[in-house]
Design a protein around this ligand. Structure first.
Ligand code: FAD
Length: 474
């Protein structure tokens, strides 16, 4: 006798998205979460001083705002409010100048001098047509609904960030600006498909801005959980699943964890062949994370950076390329590429009056535990003199501490596995449905499945769709 139709293991964005999809279909579901709070890497916590709220994991959420599944949900009715920064992201240079990505692609291009036409050529059409390809791109490999638009995007996306920027752009600053977005991939900038991340994230900025939930990323999860419960779903916290036999009976089990963790769970009855293939799954580099409580906002020399929700630090193409290549050679960079988020410039609910927070991380080799604090702060100080004097308190997490915070962050890998050309669409293994396992009632639904890392819930949505089709569709 079954207790639930479906059981979800893990309440990251993908576990919750999958559970909501199944609950919406009229099924009875239950989520088991190992931690004392839902959300996986999407959590807001008081990490430094009283009154300061920090996003321990994900911070900037264009992918959640634009997610073909999440945007269909009534999250506003469950308390979610989006904050839109004046400028989605900016890229400062050591000479005091900066390039900014505005929501308007034409204004962005107009500041790029000789690259104005080229920038429009790359982004204008693709941005306006995004909704004709987003569902195909944010899922498993399939026959696209709009093949021409898909191919137009795919021919650019397959290239390395270096190839694409050398092909289209003349100016070093335009190229470095594109590298700043592409380096979110955690791939070397000369790796196949590294441009895809730069393309998608730039399109997001021009189409939707790079918004974030008011009060913290955790409020996205709060709204999702509230909606899930309003549909009748059950969430059980503090219950790490180590053995499927310990769970109530269900027709389908969906795991919001990475292959390494799935392999460690007892009684999954996975075939030896599947287990062997899963054990070859590759993890990517890790990150070193810092959150600051600040006396004032970061004093960037360039005004555009003082108006941007996100700032990419890395300066030149050669510096960013070198920093990301070193990570792949197993070494840390002394002048790393850094992502910074400045929520309190636009949302004063996260810090005491007049005070600010800042969030940042840089890439490090998987499992590396070097303390990158001084290196990161010195790197920022170059374009924001006086920054270090404003630090009231800081909280840091190396790769081991991140994995202790969330067991899915294997060796500090925040994307549920390496996102290179071999694992981008076919993660965790090459299979007609990457969500299915060798056991007909078990599914993977985490960011280790397509479309991979990021807070969008599309891995969960596709896995749930597959489980529903297999077990419940009449
Ligand atoms: C520092 C950092 C910065 C990031 N920045 C951004 C950003 O700005 N924007 C963005 O879009 N993305 C960002 N990401 C990536 C994003 O957070 C992840 O891609 C996303 O959270 C993946 O969601 P998920 O549901 O697959 O897994 P997770 O969020 O990892 O959640 C998995 C959940 O499953 C639980 N679990 C696992 N195994 C078990 C088990 N056996 N039993 C019970 N529970 C289990 C875990 O406890 C966890 O709660 C960032 C991540 C980190 C860590």
């Amino acid at each position: 006798m079954k207790n639930y139709d479906c059981i979800l293991v893990g309440s990251g964005i993908n576990g919750i998205a999958a559970a909501i999809y199944l609950q919406q279909k009229g099924l009875k579901t239950c989520i088991y979460e190992g931690s004392n709070a839902p959300g996986g890497s999407t959590k807001t916590q008081p990490l430094t001083l009283p009154g300061f709220q920090h996003d321990t994991g994900s911070a900037i959420h264009p992918m959640a705002f634009a997610s073909p599944f999440l945007k269909t949900l009534p999250l506003k009715d469950h308390g979610l409010e989006w904050i839109f920064p004046k400028i989605p992201y900016a890229h400062p240079f050591l000479d005091g100048s900066a390039v900014a990505a505005y929501t308007d692609v034409k204004i962005t291009a107009s500041e790029l001098g000789a690259d104005e036409e080229a920038y429009l050529n790359v982004f204008e059409k693709i941005t306006s047509k995004w909704e004709s390809v987003d569902s195909d791109l944010l899922g498993p490999l399939t026959i696209p609904e709009n093949p021409l638009d898909f191919i137009r995007f795919g021919l650019k996306a397959i290239q390395s960030a270096e190839q694409l920027s050398d092909h289209y752009f003349q100016n070093e600053k335009t190229k470095a600006f594109f590298f700043g977005a592409a380096a979110h991939s955690t791939l070397p900038l000369d790796a196949w498909a590294s441009s895809s991340f730069g393309l998608v994230l730039s399109i997001m900025a021009h189409k939707y801005n790079w918004p974030f939930p008011k009060g913290g990323a955790g409020n996205l999860i709060k709204a999702l959980v509230s909606y899930y419960k309003s549909l009748g779903g059950t969430l059980i916290l503090n219950h790490k699943v180590t053995d499927v036999e310990s769970l109530p009976k269900a027709d389908a089990y969906l795991f919001d964890c990475t292959p390494k963790q799935l392999l460690a769970i007892k009684n999954t009855n996975l075939s030896q062949t599947y287990r062997k293939r899963l054990s070859n799954f590759k993890y990517g580099p890790g990150v070193f994370k810092i959150d600051w409580a600040l006396d004032k906002s970061i004093p960037f020399t360039n005004e555009k950076c003082r108006m941007a929700g996100t700032v990419h630090i890395g300066y030149s193409t050669s510096a960013i390329k070198n920093s990301e290549a070193l990570i792949y050679e197993g070494t840390i960079s002394e002048t790393p590429y850094i992502l910074i988020a400045q929520h309190t410039l636009f949302d004063d609910s996260r810090a005491p009056e007049g005070k600010h927070t800042a969030w940042a991380y840089c890439h490090v080799p998987n499992g590396n535990i070097t303390d990158m604090t001084t290196i990161i702060e010195n790197q920022i100080e170059k374009v924001a003199p006086g920054f270090k004097q404003l630090i009231l308190a800081r909280s840091t997490k190396n790769t081991q501490e991140l994995e202790a915070f969330n067991p899915n962050i294997i060796g500090g890998d925040i994307n549920g596995g390496k996102q290179d050309i071999t694992q981008l669409f076919t993660r965790p293994i090459v299979k007609i449905s990457p969500y299915s396992t060798s056991n007909k009632s078990m599914y993977l639904c985490s960011s280790s499945t397509p479309p991979g890392g990021g807070v969008h819930g599309m891995c969960g949505y596709h896995a749930a769709h597959k489980a529903f089709k297999d077990h419940f569709k009449k």
